[in-house]
Design a protein around this ligand. Structure first.
Ligand code: KG4
Length: 343
């Protein structure tokens, strides 16, 4: 057994400032998350400039607390991993600058991490025996993709959204029906016990591809709400929330099952904030039993943004010799896959 490797992971791509120490890519030693969600609630969504300023206030206390909770000093860390995209540019720059500062001062290596790769790696933290290959449905506020994880650093995007992300489709409708921000958890709670067949929404067919489109579904939900409001009526919140989330879950499941059939892969992972959704989890639970698939999804705290998933992704890059220079820049539109598979 070789020496343990400890990675400090820093995340600041949206409205969570987070820092964590992870051992050997799999074991969380400490995990600190400072969420701004309560603050942005009054604006109905994340205000990028405010998010950047709040990250500035939170980033060093988060790092200090993560090291303190781990009972470690920066000198005990092997490398600093940090999200450099995709995300809000101002927000990304705060975590990235902090990470570069730590590396410049300590001489520790810097490893830039693709936020989406981090979400996938949250599954390694939750399932110590999980190894590639597997399929991962990445569903978050800004992205929706089915990823073929061929190896730790070899990722292929099999299908992705051509317009809105699933999280966006939930957040926007949540605002319109008066639930506000953050839409995902509020819509999930509102739909509990509701009738999933009460309302119907349009479905966009993407031909033979594994791509998604959610903008039409969002518009059909908006039309339904506006049509009822013109008649002085309101949808029954519980039933509307349940039907809408079930409809989105069905679409996400359908393409993921097609991907499993196409690749012959029998292990499916879920990742990203929307993978916390109870309708989605229930649909995947049922389908995986029916089709004999192994299903993994992280606990709720590891579905949304955190530093541990960044440290885990950073670990696999670090042990494969990947390093970044101190002039690494934020990439707000960083993609997954391609030549540099994990960014
Ligand atoms: O992964 P994440 O924390 O940040 C991004 O990388 O985007 O995902 C945030 C998204 C938001 O759209 C939020 O509404 C959604 O995840 N979300 C949920 C739930 N919890 C968070 N969506 C549906 N149901 C939930 N329980």
């Amino acid at each position: 057994m070789g020496k343990d490797i400890f990675i400090l992971g820093i995340e600041s791509s949206c409205d969570e400032t987070a820092c964590s120490v992870v051992r050997n890519g799999r074991e969380i030693v400490s995990n600190i998350i400072a969420s701004q969600a309560d603050f942005h609630e009054q604006y109905g969504g994340v205000v990028p400039e405010i998010a950047s300023r709040m990250h500035v206030d939170a980033v060093y206390p988060c790092i200090e607390n993560a090291l303190k909770e781990a009972g470690m000093a920066l000198s005990d860390i092997d490398a600093v991993a940090v999200t450099y995209g995709p995300g809000l540019v101002g927000a990304l720059l705060v975590g990235l600058s902090a990470a570069k500062g730590l590396c410049a001062a300590s001489g520790k290596p810097l490893v830039g991490v693709n936020h989406l790769h981090g979400h996938i790696c949250a599954n390694y933290l939750a399932f110590p025996e999980l190894e590639p290959p597997f399929l991962c449905l990445c569903v978050s506020g800004g992205n929706t993709a089915i990823v073929h994880v061929k190896d730790y650093l070899d990722l292929e995007v099999l299908g992705k959204t051509r317009d809105d992300a699933a999280g966006e489709a939930i957040d926007k409708i949540s605002r319109v029906i008066g639930l506000g921000y953050p839409g995902g958890p509020k819509m999930d709670k509102a739909g509990q016990g509701g009738d999933i067949h009460a309302y119907t929404f349009s479905k966009t067919h993407m031909g033979d591809t594994l791509d998604f489109s959610f903008s039409g579904i969002k518009t059909s939900a908006l039309n339904l709400i506006n049509g009822m409001r013109q008649k002085g009526e309101e949808p029954v919140l519980k039933d509307f929330a349940a039907s809408y989330q079930q409809h989105l879950s069905d679409i996400l499941l359908e393409n993921t099952l097609k991907a499993a059939q196409k690749t012959g892969i029998k292990t499916i992972c879920l990742a990203g904030g929307v993978s916390a959704n109870s309708f989605l989890r229930k649909s995947f639970d049922g389908a995986s039993k029916k089709h004999g698939l192994k299903l993994c999804y992280p606990p709720l705290g590891l579905c949304t943004d955190n530093g541990a998933m960044i440290a885990s992704a950073g670990y696999y890059e670090y042990i494969n010799g990947m390093r970044d220079s101190l002039d690494l820049n934020a990439k707000p539109s960083l993609k997954l896959g391609g030549n540099n598979a994990c960014g």
